[in-house]
Design a protein around this ligand. Structure first.
Ligand code: MG
Length: 387
């Protein structure tokens, strides 16, 4: 358990107040301390009972009911689709065109299950061909009966960048984990759209794909829209949101259990460190946290509680008005400490040690080294033999 928080509890001080004074402090690239108790907790999501089923925050697009089929799916023009609802599945119909989700999405986690026809017909790209498109049809993860395929096998010749699990025309799947035709297959796809500044692509979009639980696309950075035959290049999407689509490629492929979770752009994470950190955003977040914590301090008092709280504020931001308040509160506590003698001083052993612990964290990170109270608590602990 956390040493500092235990000392704080022994000193009768709220552990919550010390939350930011345990791990290394925020810095230019990190808005939060290591193990920061002030850092917002993620939203609670209830997972499904069974793998593959939607968690509590999923948007279910097709749950096997005619209602979800009719409500959530349309053709490319927003009209009623000519795809068929068959035995709790959605079946592709030749010449019906792609089926499109009525709702539009940007970055998503997408789960969909598909089934190539039991009756094997055709070969290569003509065998159980469909596709899963994101962002209104820009990027296709191929759906194909490529259970038995080998470019060298003239019985079913195929190209690698068009197999099931391929980002079509760009990147073959890492391996081929497809099941036999007629068996249900599961895609779990994480899609991030490209980020443009004006007409310049500053971050390519990416696709991570699991096929039947096996990683087949490992954060593939898309080179542009997926095309047949043509080399692609980055294109600015018409919109930051678009439909999920399944392809009509003339083969009766079935789909079921379709759900998505909208996810944040990975490039929006600018305050949590790593190479994505933006120093301006980090500084703003640190100041906002400092202000929030500062508002909770009773500045009229100069006891250990307020010392801990203002030191915690200083760990986020050492600017005014925090610096001035720190001087007042720590200076006030210093004068009291200098006046305590004998049993009164001994009775405050844990309190004083806990303040030294707070300074340890700050000093380790280059903060408050020259604070007079810092020197005094060290001197006191040393003189008294308090470890
Ligand atoms: Mg296709």
């Amino acid at each position: 358990m956390k040493k500092l928080m235990i000392s704080a509890a022994m000193a009768g001080i709220s552990a919550v107040a010390l939350a930011g004074l345990y791990g290394d402090t925020p810095n230019a690239l990190h808005a939060w301390a290591v193990h920061d108790m002030n850092r917002p907790n993620p939203a609670k999501v209830t997972p499904a009972d069974k793998p593959g089923q939607p968690p509590s925050d999923a948007i279910v697009l097709f749950d096997g009911t005619q209602k979800s089929f009719e409500e959530n799916w349309v053709d490319g023009k927003g009209n009623k689709t000519k795809w068929k609802f068959v035995d709790g599945t959605m079946e592709s119909v030749r010449s019906a065109g792609n089926i499109c989700s009525r709702r539009e999405f940007g970055d998503v986690q997408l789960h969909v299950e598909w089934q190539a026809p039991v009756k094997v017909q055709g070969y290569g790209q003509g065998r159980g061909n469909s596709g899963v498109f994101v962002l209104g049809g820009m990027y296709e993860v191929q759906v194909l009966d490529s259970y038995e395929t080998n470019p060298a096998d003239m019985k079913n010749p195929n190209y690698a960048d068009g197999q099931a699990g391929a980002v079509y025309g760009q990147n073959p799947p890492l391996v081929n984990p497809t099941r036999k035709p007629g068996e249900w297959q599961a895609y779990d796809i994480v899609f991030h759209q490209p980020v443009f500044e004006g007409n310049k692509c500053v971050h390519p979009g990416s696709l991570t794909v699991f096929l039947n639980g096996v990683l087949v696309q490992d954060h593939w950075e898309v080179e542009g829209p997926t095309w047949h035959m043509r080399r692609t290049r980055q294109e600015k999407p018409r919109s930051t949101k678009g439909s999920i689509q399944f392809q009509d490629h003339g083969n009766p492929v079935h789909f079921r259990n379709v759900w998505v979770r909208e996810i944040p752009s990975r490039w929006a994470n600018t305050t949590h460190g790593t190479y994505l950190a933006n120093e301006k955003d980090v500084a703003a977040q640190r100041r906002a946290t400092a202000e929030k914590l500062f508002a909770k301090i009773d500045k009229s008092k100069c006891d250990a509680q307020q010392v801990h709280q203002i030191l915690e504020v200083m760990s986020y931001c050492g600017e005014e008005p925090f610096l001035g308040a720190a001087k007042n509160i720590c200076g006030g506590y210093l004068r009291k400490l200098e006046s305590w003698k004998g049993s009164e001083l001994d009775g405050r052993k844990n309190e004083i040690r806990s303040i030294r612990g707070a300074y340890d964290t700050l000093n380790r990170n280059g903060i408050a080294k020259d604070c007079p109270l810092n020197a005094k608590v060290r001197e006191t602990c040393k003189a008294k033999g308090w470890r």
